[in-house]
Design a protein around this ligand. Sequence first.
Ligand code: F3S
Length: 394
Amino acid sequence: MYLSRDEEAIYRGDKGETLRRMMEILVALGDIYGAERLVPVRSVQVAGVSYKNIGDAGLEWISDLEGQVVVPSVLNPAGMDLYCWNDMGISKQFATKQQETIEAYRSLGVTIDCTCTPYQIYSHLAQEGDHLAWSESSAVSYANSVIGARTNREGGPSALAAALIGKTAMYGYHLDINRLPSHVIQVKADLVGSDYGALGFLVGKQVGDGVPLFLLRSTPSRDELKALGAAMAASGSVALYYVDGVTPKPPESGYDHKGCENISIEREEIEAVYAEHKGEDADIVALGCPHCSREELERIADLLAGKKVAKEMWVCTARKIRDACPDLVARIESSGARVFCDTCMVVSPATERFGKMMVNSGKALVYLPGLGGVNAAFGSLDECIDVALGRRRA
Ligand code: F3S
């Protein structure tokens, strides 16, 4: 891989041991994936934040680094709400380790926004055509597909390397050649809300790491696109998709539908996702995977208005969203539900004490049993709220 004179100096260690190690990571990845050079990134989203996932080894590795990030950098969700961790049932021991992890990132200059939806709080992090180094799979999918930026799915170390160097190796989704559709998905149903999560759940399994192009009858909102991409990144490893007439278009050169595999999805297949994951015996309902937008909080507050939940119910969002709409949070929490920030139902160890969790997210449906240690049920937002209220069984 070509390195400029400055990059070579960093690689030799002229700018210190931390930067030398970071450059070593970028060069190793570039060599493995055939990158010709490094490319500057506009922003970084760093994974490897929940102490549940990184443990002492990860905390030590981060604490050992010196210096400051040189581009705007934010974090993935942590293992707990950084303020209300006690209300989640998190132990003091875990909380101490999680806070140490957060402080280690803070000392490197990383902004302590722990969210998988940084694009909902900061527009300057990603614009169409920008190169990024983001980590969380749903954020990567949204950045590539809905914003039209360019990022691979970075691991924790490679994202931090990009944050400290300000560059990433130019391969994968940074290149036009890897951004061409591989599958055309004809959806023969009108979709709304969590149907997009169900669609993503189905399509991710079929296309794996492909690049699907959807022909839809309905026009998805940004929140629905967020749900679609999150589910496909979990049931498959889709990092980029297109919705004809809605998202930014594929690169012009070499774009040809004819080489694509065709898949069609019928209404019955969407319905089967709900039918196979009913939530009648769920002991908790959790919403906000990916983290809720303000509009989603509004809808939840409306559905809960004047009612009391009969089961534990969590709503996960970014702290900046919560802080921007205290009225909505108060309306939701007056029902007995809790709005938690900085974390989520998958990366927090707090979920492990539950038997079955009901969600409206295709991504959480995939990850909860393995990563969250809890069985999962899937329903629409209305069904989830009904289960939380004990009103009827979904
Ligand atoms: Fe975000 Fe956690 Fe879901 S990181 S996408 S809320 S699994």
